[in-house]
Design a protein around this ligand. Structure first.
Ligand code: C5P
Length: 221
């Protein structure tokens, strides 16, 4: 594997652990690029669903992922010219994505796309295997957790704010099922890297978590 000199902060953790918000804020504070690797898996899934591909057809899923050419611009994500920013966040796509992400060929197809996101002056990458597989050379790896209930409550508030309907018990069950699939898959399962720093954010506010990550970054430079 090619090791680059670009500094990378890898932030991994289960669904709705707040990684995206934190990674985005840390990237902004440092003037780094930000990679939302989950968005790539979501895009591959949406593309497959639109093409009517069965979630059991590993070869077709890999092909779809290898052809993915998303455009990220001004907070929007375009796929084949269509704005899919909201569509990739639906609960249906979330649930299907953890199945698609378990296919080794899909992970292979998205690997280079993720590596290419490491550009000067640096990158904050969030996902499930940033520290273990994609950026094992990252000087700072954070594994962020929060209890399933706290995570479901955060997602519940997000959905209500967006004017969508939500059921807290169903959200908790969905999150737990998704985490189980992510943890138990054979290819790049969700787990902390050996040298990751663990951060339980259940009782922490956003600013506090951002501050902690920036403090760790200062320590390891
Ligand atoms: O982070 P997010 O919840 O958007 O990720 C959606 C799904 O994509 C996860 O549940 C997981 O199955 C998959 N994923 C992955 N590896 C990553 C990022 C996301 O398998 N690095």
């Amino acid at each position: 594997m090619k090791h680059s000199n670009i500094p990378v902060i890898a932030i991994d953790g289960p669904a709705a652990s707040g990684k995206g918000t934190i990674a985005g804020r840390v990237a902004k504070a440092l003037g780094f690029h930000y990679l939302d690797s989950g968005a790539l898996y979501r895009l591959a899934t949406l593309a497959a669903l639109k093409a009517g591909i069965s979630l059991d057809d590993a070869q077709a899923l890999e092909f779809t992922a290898s052809r993915l050419a998303p455009v990220f611009e001004a907070g929007r994500i375009l796929l084949d010219g269509e704005d899919v920013t909201q569509a990739i966040r639906s609960e249906a796509v979330s649930a299907a994505t953890s199945k698609v992400a378990a296919v080794p060929g899909v992970r292979r197809a998205l690997f280079e796309l993720q590596r290419r996101a490491a550009r000067a002056p640096g990158l904050v990458a969030d996902g499930r295997d940033m520290g273990t597989v994609v950026f094992p050379e990252a000087p700072l790896k954070v594994f962020m957790t929060a209890s399933a209930r706290v995570r479901a409550e955060r997602r519940y508030r997000q959905l209500l704010e967006r004017g969508e309907k939500a059921d807290l018990n169903m959200l908790t069950a969905d999150l737990e099922a998704r985490d189980r699939r992510d943890r138990e898959r054979a290819s790049a399962p969700l787990k902390p890297a050996d040298d990751a720093r663990l951060l339980d954010t259940s009782a922490m506010g956003i600013e506090e978590v951002v501050g902690k990550v920036l403090e760790w970054w200062d320590e390891c430079r």
